[in-house]
Write a protein that binds this ligand. Structure first.
Ligand code: ATP
Ligand code: MG
Length: 416
């Protein structure tokens, strides 16, 4: 089955509201094997709604809309769609009674314009909304099928899962199969290098398709099975994830939306390590990523934000001579920071970050983006440096990710 989506709301075009309904509906329909062929956003204007919904109905015969079902004058979806079906809007007494009961339950008095919420296109099936006041509407006629849902994301979601998907799957059952995806997360390797490493993997994955999804700190590999029976789709996706994981090797750190900090914490917990951080240019981002993970307190002891040189010297014990000889952004300073943090915090694993996040402060020798990392892992120390791309925010995010990844790698390679 094919379907188009029209999300309605002037705020979507002004950019005040992100069209999360569009993304959510796309995922939910794909999981049911229903192909969403087009997504359009239009303002709360009858002409625009008529044109978008009309065109969708002509192309696929089925359209889903969100928004514009409320009681205010800018809510014109149902009148407009009823017009396309050549159907009048009528007052539905049973729906009105249900709305009155809802108001009584919450001890509110309906206003005059609430009555308009009990008006529906003649012949439409009311999809009861137990989560809000505007019901969904399911309208079928010569023009095709129009499903109208409210714009409020929580109400849309509940109606979609409880009322719409069961009805749609009734129609598509057995016909098309499902669409299933799975994701492997990688970091520390560029998209192009990853593609080279994976070689001709696409041929081995076929008929599943592979997408590279690069972000600031990770490149995700998403594999998708299209229109297969559910059990087969799941088995093939799971097999494909195994192949991708093997192909990405040491750069793969998890599946789905796994967070690297959580993976690092699990590894540290397994090995009984206590982690601490010393941060200059990341200003607490590494510690922030770690403490964002629930339950981090059994592994993470704390961190020191050593921004000024005197804090590096006085709190972390970095030698004035080391800073004098190499500069604050240098591997020797990073190592001394990591060592000092281990001593001050009583941690057996620490990472230190010092770098130039920009936009100013770069030189030919030490450009913006140069970040030095020091590691202290159970008494063994080492350091690395990288020149990271991007603006200040991206450099800081990449430096945090790099620090977490390199600590994770070191933990993983410790003898058991
Ligand atoms: P109501 O009965 O609440 O009036 P409605 O169908 O009229 O429902 P709208 O007035 O269009 O819904 O939108 C209600 C809220 O939902 C607004 O805050 C809007 O920003 C948000 N919203 C609308 N459409 C979307 C969308 N596509 N994605 C995310 N949020 C949305
Ligand atoms: Mg609206």
């Amino acid at each position: 089955m094919e379907l188009e989506l029209v999300t309605i709301g002037t705020e979507l075009l002004l950019g005040f509201t992100l069209d999360t309904n569009g993304a959510e509906i796309g995922r939910a329909l794909a999981a049911q094997g229903i192909r969403l062929t087009r997504r359009t956003s239009v303002p709360d204007r009858a002409d625009d709604i008529r044109e978008a919904v009309g065109a969708a109905l002509r192309r696929t015969g089925a359209v889903l809309t969100t928004g514009g079902l409320g009681p205010t004058h800018d809510d014109v979806t149902k009148q407009t769609v009823a017009g396309l079906f050549g159907t009048p809007v009528v007052f539905d007494e049973a729906l009105w009674q249900a709305l009155l009961e809802r108001y009584a339950r919450y001890r509110r008095t309906p206003t005059a314009n609430n009555r308009s919420q009990a008006e529906i296109p003649q012949g439409a099936v009311v999809l009861p909304n137990r989560w809000g006041s505007a019901p969904g509407l399911w309208l079928e006629g010569a023009a095709g099928l129009a499903i109208m849902l409210p714009g409020v994301p929580g109400e849309m979601r509940n109606l979609l899962h409880h009322e719409v998907l069961p009805r749609l799957s009734e129609r598509t059952r057995a016909a098309v199969g499902v669409i299933r995806s799975g994701t492997i997360r990688t970091t520390g390797i560029a998209e192009s290098a990853l593609a080279e490493r994976l070689g001709d993997i696409e041929a081995r994955l076929a008929p599943l398709t592979l997408a590279y999804l690069p972000g600031v700190t990770s490149v995700d590999l998403r594999v998708t099975a299209w229109h297969l029976p559910a059990a087969e789709a799941e088995a093939r996706v799971s097999e494909a994830l195994g192949l991708l994981e093997a192909g990405a090797g040491e750069f793969a750190y998890g599946r789905g939306d796994t967070d690297l900090a959580a993976v690092l914490l699990a590894e540290a917990r397994r090995r009984g390590c206590r982690i601490g951080v010393a941060e200059s240019c990341t200003g607490g981002l590494v510690g922030g990523r770690i403490t964002a993970v629930p339950g981090s307190s059994d592994v993470f002891v704390g961190g020191i934000i050593a921004y000024a040189d005197e804090i590096k010297r006085e709190v972390l014990g970095v030698g004035a001579a080391t800073i004098g000889a190499h500069g604050a952004v240098s591997e020797p300073v990073a190592v001394e920071m990591a060592h000092g943090a281990a001593a001050r915090l009583g941690a057996d694993v620490t990472v230190a970050v010092t770098g130039i996040a920009g936009p100013d402060g770069g030189t030919a020798e030490k450009p913006v983006g140069l970040v030095c990392f020091g590691f202290h892992v159970r008494g063994h120390q080492d350091s690395m440096q990288r020149v990271l791309f991007g603006d200040r925010e991206e450099i800081r995010a990449r430096a945090s990710q790099f620090a977490l990844f390199e600590v994770y790698r070191r933990l993983r390679s410790l003898p058991d």
